[in-house]
Design a binder for this molecule. Structure first.
Ligand SMILES: [Mg+2]
Length: 343
């Protein structure tokens, strides 16, 4: 069935609590819902959660793409979805979240047409995945309290945001570690440290036997040599997040031995580059995690299906839908605590 129309719609979601990471605090997420319509009225849905901080994306300029996208993909049969993928690859170098949403909405429409869930189209490697939940930057007391609460809700892996003050971060992590024994941690500095601070922090975590799976984006995104320097000196695994948006970034990071892990986000890479990065990382024996921006259940659904379908991720950080207020849950999956089951 052919694509007949494309529609963008602005959605606003409030956070339950201020989401504070290095250099950024937010209370509201502004996303763009993308619908792809087929000739018979079938409606595929995707969501863009744009990021100015990471992608340089601005909502108003993304909206200006609506008619162009429609013009370019109208008339394409969704069974030939690679054609839509290619058009979005070319169109959206400065709009990767729109690329993700259009690519996914096309797959969603195809999935409805052929009666096969999207994760099955990607191979159906798994039908269950586990996610962490994020503890954003706050006072030591509040971060410990939140961590205890989240761990007791069954989240075995806590993602802890750090990066604004090395000394305070050390105190916070030790206090959280003491209060949540048995948990695992992903530590995310969101580019906050210098390379030397990052190494100091990694050694501190290791010496104190804090059970850290991954230390994410310790330093500024564009310092690939610095990342390599940190990785070589660090006793714990280092991941790139802000440093890797496209498959070309991933290629450079892998070729230059800069990282142990890559954090793929559909909002940075779209689906086409995400798939390319998965294959590259698997080939080079680099670990993979999947993360999110501020997606609602519509956007998280996209990453859930890619993660389950490909089965490629050692760690899933797909929690933004739990941090924002939504009238209605719209994921095509069921979730109980940290466990996500595909339908
Ligand atoms: Mg990150």
């Amino acid at each position: 069935m052919k694509i007949s129309d494309v529609k963008f719609e602005l959605k606003r979601y409030e956070y339950y609590e201020t989401f504070h990471i290095t250099g950024s605090s937010r209370n509201v997420a502004e996303n763009i819902e993308v619908k792809v319509f087929l000739d018979d009225g079938t409606e595929g849905i995707g969501e863009a959660s744009p990021s100015y901080r990471v992608n340089g994306e601005i909502i108003s300029s993304l909206f200006s793409l609506e008619s162009t996208v429609k013009e370019m993909i109208k008339g394409i049969d969704v069974r030939d979805y690679a054609k839509v993928f290619k058009i979005m690859d070319g169109l959206s170098k400065s709009a990767p979240s729109i690329k993700a949403a259009v690519q996914y909405a096309t797959l969603d429409a195809l999935s409805i047409e052929i009666g096969l869930p999207v994760y099955k189209i990607f191979g159906g490697s798994k039908d269950t995945i586990e996610t962490d939940k994020t503890i954003s930057i706050d006072t030591l007391e509040r971060m410990v309290q939140k961590s205890i609460e989240t761990f007791s809700q069954g989240f075995h892996t806590l993602k802890i945001k750090v990066g604004e003050n090395l000394k305070e971060d050390m105190e916070k992590i030790l206090a959280i570690f003491e209060a949540t024994k048995g948990a695992e941690y992903v530590i995310d500095a969101n580019q906050g440290y210098s390379p030397k601070e990052a190494i100091q922090f990694a050694n501190f975590l290791y010496e104190n036997k804090v059970n850290v799976k991954i230390f994410e984006q310790p330093i500024i995104w564009n310092d690939f040599e610095g990342l390599k320097f940190v990785r070589e000196a660090s006793p714990i695994s280092i991941a790139a997040d802000e440093s890797v948006r496209t498959k070309y970034d991933a290629y450079r990071l892998i070729k230059d031995d800069c990282v142990d892990f890559i954090n793929i986000k559909l909002m940075k890479s779209g689906i086409s580059d995400a798939l390319a990065i998965i294959e590259m990382a698997k080939t080079a024996n680099v670990g993979l995690m999947i993360g999110c921006m501020s997606e609602s259940s519509v956007g998280i659904n996209q990453s859930v299906h890619i993660a389950a379908g490909t089965g490629a991720f050692a760690h899933c950080d797909l929690d933004s839908h739990m941090l924002i207020k939504e009238e209605k849950f719209r994921g095509k999956f069921v979730q109980k605590g940290s466990t996500i089951n595909l339908l």
